[in-house]
Design a protein around this ligand. Structure first.
Ligand SMILES: Nc1ncnc2c1ncn2[C@@H]1O[C@H](COP(=O)(O)OP(=O)(O)OP(=O)(O)O)[C@@H](O)[C@H]1O
Ligand SMILES: [Mg+2]
Length: 274
């Protein structure tokens, strides 16, 4: 009966960020933060997603694996509103229908995506990149003399520590290593305090040390954010995996721990071909 009232107080952050397009508030009391049910996407008759159902719990770190062309990136495209499914439903929490929202509204509602190629601003410092991400979130692009509040400065410092770039605050992003740029971009997403982060192939091109640091970073984010990581590097997946979902030909083949999926004959078959 008082569900609506509870929903109202679910997420105080949203009240001052002008989320006009979201109908209802995020409701994760039943566990999942993302629901995809019976989702199909076809490109010229080819089913990139085929009656796919996937549930991501609030705060979990989920790894998504599967051979090339399995539909992993398409799945992220559907969640973020870039691709519209032919059939199926996609909900954010219990009540927010993502299929009724466009890409900016979905991002504004708290679902963000890290693309493979870092898109930080090379000419700006690390700090300025984070500051810019904050302004973009607050819709303050037009405010030329935007001043940070103490709270916002603290938030930037907190994110700098999380991504391990405290020492590099005043460096121009252009001189950062590839790995550091990737972390900075994750930091820019974190400035927007996303509920869900979708991360597609985060460690491509990283050194061994950077890969280890990225694993630590993603592990440190779980609980506070729900994270879906797509990655081909199985050693990396093993190092962060809790629950692993295996995609094949646009559907979920199986889910479980890394050991469970790696010993599943169907998974072995799919990876070895035949
Ligand atoms: N815009 C598009 N037009 C036509 N076909 C597409 C389009 N996007 C994806 N596909 C096809 O859909 C299938 C799934 O692609 P997707 O990129 O989701 O796979 P993936 O699991 O991310 O693969 P990879 O591991 O190689 O990144 C592939 O066969 C791909 O060629
Ligand atoms: Mg892909």
């Amino acid at each position: 009966m008082n569900q609506f009232k509870e929903n109202l107080f679910d997420d105080p952050n949203k009240s001052n960020t002008g989320v006009m397009a979201v109908k209802g508030s995020l409701d994760t009391r039943h566990g999942p933060i993302l629901y995809m049910e019976d989702v199909s996407v076809s490109f010229d008759g080819f089913k990139a997603l085929n009656k796919l159902s996937l549930y991501i719990d609030d705060g979990e770190l989920r790894c998504l694996i599967g051979p090339n062309g399995a539909g992993k990136t398409t799945l992220m495209d559907v969640i973020t509103g870039k691709t519209r499914p032919d059939t199926g439903s996609v909900f954010f929490g219990q009540t927010i229908n993502l299929l009724e929202m466009d890409e900016p509204a979905i991002a504004q509602a708290g679902i963000c995506r890290k693309f493979q190629k870092p898109s930080v601003f090379d000419a700006l410092t690390v700090f300025e990149n984070l500051e810019l991400a904050l302004k973009a979130d607050k819709g303050a692009w037009h405010t030329l003399f935007f001043r940070l509040t103490g709270e916002q400065r603290d938030r930037i410092d907190e994110v700098l520590a999380t991504i391990g770039l405290t020492e590099a605050t005043q460096y121009r992003a252009g001189i950062l290593s590839h790995g550091q740029k990737q972390w900075l971009e994750i930091g820019m997403l974190l400035m927007q305090e996303p509920k869900v982060m979708l991360v597609d192939e985060p460690i491509a091109g990283m050194t061994h040390q950077e890969i280890e640091r990225t694993a630590e970073l993603l592990l440190s984010l779980q609980g506070k954010h729900s994270i879906v990581v797509v990655e081909h590097d199985m050693e990396f997946v093993r190092s962060i995996a809790r629950k692993v979902t295996v995609l094949h030909e646009g559907s979920v083949l199986t889910e479980g721990t890394m050991d469970e999926v790696q010993n599943d004959p169907r998974v072995i078959q799919v990876y070895l071909g035949g």
